[in-house]
Every structure is written in C-alpha cells, then in structure tokens.
Design a protein around this ligand. Structure first.
Ligand SMILES: C[S@@+](CC[C@H](N)C(=O)[O-])C[C@H]1O[C@@H](n2cnc3c(N)ncnc32)[C@H](O)[C@@H]1O
Length: 277
C-alpha cells in the first residue's frame, strides 16, 4: 500500500497519541465498559496469548491480562511511541504480570508467536489498507483463533462527535469532514464494508452487533472531550485566544442541552465485531 498514507497515519498518531497520553484517565473512565465487552467477546482464558491492536495506553491489554493470568500473555501493539511508553509505565507501576507492549505497525508487523485471540478497542479503523492489515492479523492467529473489536458507528449516531464541530464551524476557516470509508474514527461505520473487509482478508463466522455504552461525566469533562481530545484540538492550536474563546463559548452553549446540574452522559454508539481466523 501507499507509503504516503502510512506516513500520514504515523504522523497523525504521533501527535494524537500525545493528546491521548494527556487525557488517559478520562478516556479510560469513559471507555472502560467497551474494553470489558471486547475482551468478554473474545473470551480469553488462563494461559492463553492475546494481541491487543492499537492498544494505546493499554486499558484493553490489561483487561485481557486479568483473564490470561501470569502464565498467559497479553501483548499490546501500537504505532504511537508516547502511548506505548505510557502503557509500559502503567504495567510496571500497577505490577500487572504477563503483559508486553510493542511499538510496531499492526498492518505489516510479523508477529513471532501466534495468538489465541485478537482484541481491539477502537484501534483498527486507521489502516490505510484494511484488507492487508486484517490478513496480516489473521496470520498472527492460531488456527480457529478468535477476533473481537469495537469500532464507532456513524457520526449521526454519536451526536457528541458532531455537535462541537457544528457549533465551532462559524468561527473557523476549515473544518474536517468525516469522509465516508476513509481511514479514521468512522472508517468502520458501515457494517457491510466491515464484513467485506473481513471476508476478503479470510475471516469466517463474522458477527456485527450494536454496542451502546452510556458513560456519566461532568460538564467540564465533556468540554475537555470536545475541545482537547477531539478533532477541534489541532485546529484550535492554530488559532488565537479570541477565536479559541468564541469557540469555547459556542461549544458550551451547544452542549448545554446534553447536561443537567453540571453532569452529562456520553453515549458511545459502536459495533462489536467478532470473527474466527
Ligand atoms: C482511538 S485510539 C484507541 C487506543 C486504545 N485502544 C484505547 O481504547 O484506549 C487508536 C490507537 O490505534 C493506534 N494505531 C493506529 N494505527 C495503527 C497501526 N497501523 N498499528 C498499530 N497501532 C495503530 C493509534 O496509535 C492509537 O493508539
């Protein structure tokens, strides 16, 4: 596949990875039930080997490691150096046994020892060539191994992804559009496309089911998600204080209907995808 697309995605996650490091605690709080759902669907047991693709700071790898135990292995792989470093640090500080983190591109990396299961929480939508990537992942699996991952459904079903962008639009020169099927957060919104990608890369027994998770958070945390973690972050970094202030005010007003007494609920509308190698 196109080396420029690979380089672009590496550059993107080099920057975004540092943002995710900064907000790791908030992200993990919101998305903890999704890691549990993914690991539960893959069903790893004591002594097994599990690969967590696009592991970020390791929450899903740690959830898998609870099941594989000290005699098994949960391996996280990610292209962001900052996130892999944080994942390794957390494993050390929290004394989690049987985990390991690799800094590598899951689309092309040759995994030396095969896995019983592959999991991912939002780590598989960024491949420039998804068929090549899922074929590579299938090669990393033992015969009849299991795959389980979570991916976002369409932005229209995730209003808290769209509301801040729409509110900010009048104050900013250019806003990122969610391009259908392009590598990125919503690349797997279309379940027919996900099925096609998995079939073309040799997976069987594919099942795609909705997974909706409601996470309570404070209004300040919702603002942080909207302005600091999401796609507005790199755009606002280019703007001056006046524009940043205008955007903050507009986004706060647009989000107000989603909050009550300073508390909000963020509903993540996802697909839970499972398959066999
Ligand atoms: C949306 S974040 C999710 C992180 C983590 N799974 C979590 O839920 O906290 C996507 C992750 O996928 C990683 N990623 C993107 N493309 C990748 C690739 N080709 N190989 C490995 N990791 C990749 C990014 O660096 C990022 O950490």
């Amino acid at each position: 596949m196109n080396a420029t697309a690979d380089r672009d995605m590496n550059a993107y996650w080099d920057r975004a990875g540092r943002v995710w490091v900064e907000h790791q605690a908030l992200l993990d709080k919101i998305m903890a039930p999704i890691a549990e759902a993914v690991v539960e669907a893959a069903g790893p047991v004591n002594g097994e080997r599990v690969l967590d693709v696009g592991c970020g700071s390791g929450a899903t790898t740690f959830a898998a490691a609870w099941r594989t135990g000290p005699t098994g292995r949960a391996v996280g792989v990610d292209i962001s150096g900052a996130l892999v470093e944080l994942a390794r640090r957390r494993a050390g500080e929290e004394g989690i046994e049987g985990v390991e983190f690799l800094l590598a591109d899951a689309q092309t990396h040759v995994f030396a020892t095969p896995f019983d299961a592959i999991v991912s929480r939002f780590g598989v939508m960024f491949f420039p060539d998804p068929v090549a990537a899922f074929a590579n992942l299938r090669r990393a699996l033992k015969p009849s191994g299991r795959l389980a991952f979570a991916a976002w459904r369409a932005p229209e079903e995730n209003p808290l992804a769209l509301v801040p962008l729409r509110a900010a639009a009048p104050f900013l020169p250019a806003l990122p559009a969610f391009e259908k099927d392009a590598p990125g957060r919503f690349a797997f919104a279309d379940p027919d496309r996900v099925r096609r990608i998995l079939e073309e890369s040799g997976w069987r027994g594919i099942e795609i089911a909705p997974l909706d998770v409601a996470s309570p958070l404070s209004f300040d945390e919702l603002m942080t998600m909207s302005l600091r973690v999401g796609p507005l972050n790199p755009i606002l970094a280019q703007e001056d204080d006046t524009v940043r202030g205008q955007v903050r005010e507009a986004v706060a007003a647009a989000l107000e209907p989603y909050a009550k007494d300073g508390l909000a609920t963020m509903t993540s509308a996802c697909w839970l995808v499972t398959a066999e190698g």
